[in-house]
Design a protein around this ligand. Sequence first.
Ligand SMILES: O=c1ccn([C@@H]2O[C@H](COP(=O)(O)O)[C@@H](O)[C@H]2O)c(=O)[nH]1
Length: 230
Amino acid sequence: MRNVRPIIALDFASKEQTLEFLSNFDESLFVKIGMELFYQEGPELVREVNKRGHDVFLDLKLHDIPNTVESAMRGIAKLEVAMVNVHAAGGLKMMKAAKRGLEGSKTQLIAVTQLTSTSEEQMQKEQLINATLEDSVVHYARLADEAGLDGVVCSVHEAEAIGDACGEEFLRVTPGIRPAQVSVDDQRRVATPAQARAQGSTHIVVGRAITKAADPKDSYRQIAAEWRGE
Ligand SMILES: O=c1ccn([C@@H]2O[C@H](COP(=O)(O)O)[C@@H](O)[C@H]2O)c(=O)[nH]1
């Protein structure tokens, strides 16, 4: 099911910057709190953002032995965030353990397949994976599905193939979103909001194109409209 609100990546260094950014908006947002902000401000900021009426995707990309991930997820469950993630490379047992840790909570659990900053050449050389990037991503998506997860993080370019493999209900959360005129930076597998819509993403994640825009609210509005097909 497509979520009409782009997820804004709150990649800020402090609580003050984050709350100042959020004060530009008067509606309820879907935001992502990742490592940069969480390691500075911790769970307290997650509670604060939640309290202000925003939905939170806690992007901590857990990747450890199953027992550690299960215990960490038990703690995360108490934060009542909308979504959290692990790395699919942690394996089937780890993903099942993560799901057990979230038992009793409404938090959706998704798995990172291949980071959108990874190219096929890099994956083959550095991870020694002898497959196409799409095959590797679809393989991880099937594994996440088998573990009972709600979906995956992937690029727009693999979203359709994942829908075919795991079903349309399976979430395809896609970062690497760049409006046509915005620079690609460190991302490799990028796409516009319109391409994401056409290729079956269920959620888009947008950071710098909004947070570093001269007018973040206007940029958010334009990206959201393109994503909704308006
Ligand atoms: O594969 C992945 C997984 C996570 N991310 C995160 O999404 C945002 C993207 O920010 P931009 O500024 O729009 O590039 C960022 O927080 C990443 O940590 C990703 O890009 N790719």
